[in-house]
Design a protein around this ligand. Structure first.
Ligand code: SF4
Length: 264
């Protein structure tokens, strides 16, 4: 059994508690227009011809995106950082793309981490069947749950898929008492309307307990990748958001009793 991974980030501090090793799985069922990792879209390893300018000269470069890992290889990558996990209360975060797209491998590596008492977080779109959720639910210590838009038509328009499964999974995980941090990528003109924010609050208020709410302000870092990797880019040319631009959303959630954080 092998996984296709497009990046491994060590010493990550925004992907769960403590110091973490974040593993980025290739393949994503969504196509968010603001995506920071468009090279994760396709499930397989791919060769992308990127071009960069050096002064007036255009330099073409062939980049291979994705690398295969066996279970033993990936566990050994994770175990290399055990000391940092132990000292900081950290662990491993599986991210992407969408790790649930490689469910067999994900299930196996989560179990292997649990056997080694390594803290596990899953950064997920939750665009997956309940069946898949059930396979991993007992081996994930923390869900970093992306919540992008509450209005189904807008969710489809900006990500390519409906939010129905996502909202069902959020309710399901919350009712099971799982530890969840909501991650809201705040994208100007896409999901930062008062209507959407209030709908999100109403939905979260119906869950059994108040979840942590983490705002990820839009930043343009992914935009250059679309050009470099020759992927169609439908994101308008808008500036990054500052922390202060998110203050009104922070206030709404805090006033309703949520623990709110920003950035990352
Ligand atoms: S879910 Fe994440 S990786 Fe997938 S398209 Fe959206 S932003 Fe990109």
């Amino acid at each position: 059994m092998q996984a296709i991974v497009f990046d491994i980030k060590r010493y990550a501090v925004h992907d769960g508690p403590g110091i973490r090793t974040s593993i980025f799985f290739k393949g994503c069922p969504l196509r968010c227009v603001w995506c920071h990792n468009p090279e994760s879209y396709k499930a397989g390893i791919e060769s992308i011809c990127s071009s960069n300018r050096m002064g007036d000269v255009k330099v073409a470069d062939e980049t291979e995106i994705g690398k295969t890992y066996s279970l033993d290889q990936l566990i050994s990558e994770i175990e290399n950082d055990q000391l940092f996990f132990d000292e900081s209360g950290g662990g491993v975060t599986f991210s992407g793309g969408e790790p649930l797209m490689q469910i067999d491998f994900l299930e196996a590596i989560l179990k292997a981490c649990k056997e080694r008492e390594i803290h596990t977080a899953l950064d997920t779109t939750a665009y997956a069947t309940k069946d898949k959720m059930d396979r991993i639910i007992d081996y994930v210590d923390l869900f970093l749950f992306d919540l992008k838009h509450m209005i189904a038509e807008d969710h489809i328009a900006h990500t390519g898929v409906s939010n129905k499964l996502i909202l069902e999974n959020l309710k399901y995980l919350a009712e099971k008492g799982k530890k969840i941090i909501i991650r809201f990528p705040m994208i100007p003109g896409f999901n930062d309307s008062e209507e959407n924010i209030n709908m999100m609050l109403d939905f979260l208020n119906q869950l059994p307990k108040k979840l942590e709410f983490h705002i990820l302000p839009y930043h343009r870092t992914g935009q250059d990748k679309f050009r470099r990797f020759g992927i169609e880019n439908n994101m308008p040319n808008i500036p990054s958001l500052m922390e202060e631009d998110t203050k009104w959303v922070q206030a709404i959630f805090r006033e309703s009793g949520y623990k709110v954080s920003v950035g990352g």
